[in-house]
Design a binder for this molecule. Sequence first.
Ligand code: PRP
Length: 212
Amino acid sequence: MDMLNIALPKGRLGEKVYSMFEKAGFECPSIKENNRKLIFENKELKLRYFWVKPSDVAIYVEHGAADIGVAGKDILLEYEPDVYELLDLKIGKCKMAVAGKKDFSYENQKTVKVATKFKNIAKKYYSGIGKDIDIIHLNGSIEIAPILGLSDVIVDIVETGTTLKENNLTVLEDIIPISARFIANKANFKFKGEQIEKIVNSLKEQVEAAND
Ligand code: PRP
């Protein structure tokens, strides 16, 4: 049997994901002992876990460097990687939204300036409602853009809403709910399907139990 390569999103969500995998019988105790190391193996169970930037999980899985992984629906919608999306883990819940100053209005705006990390999601959303936009692509701290007049609105992730509130911004429109998804490489799924199905089935039970 080959090693099963698993890409985990670094951070709090990834730790939650790992504990779900552990519960499914795919444990790798060394992962809890070292917080600088990036790759961990359980040779007996033939598992290899690695921590990657959350937005990179889908890249590892699409290219087959990871057989499976967990990625946010935001990333899957934005980059449309060619992977199987096998399960909604219903954790890491947040939403994609349009936000801006409280008094913002589309009236008298011919072209709306939209700052975002998610330019494809923004383009699709605005073409769906028939509004012309100019995209300003930023890499983070998007909330600053409308405050400094760099953009009219932003398209971004809202989780608790605290970042918007602390910056005197508000949600103007909801675009889509987001949560963490279990993904698999299409080709590798063919010959590691049995192992992968085993994890998916256990995760499915855990998700059902947690959302009863
Ligand atoms: C995300 C998002 C918002 C914030 C929303 O940023 O871009 O800024 O979280 O969370 P809240 O609604 O709970 O306040 P992230 O922390 O990923 O950093 P970023 O600035 O790099 O986008």
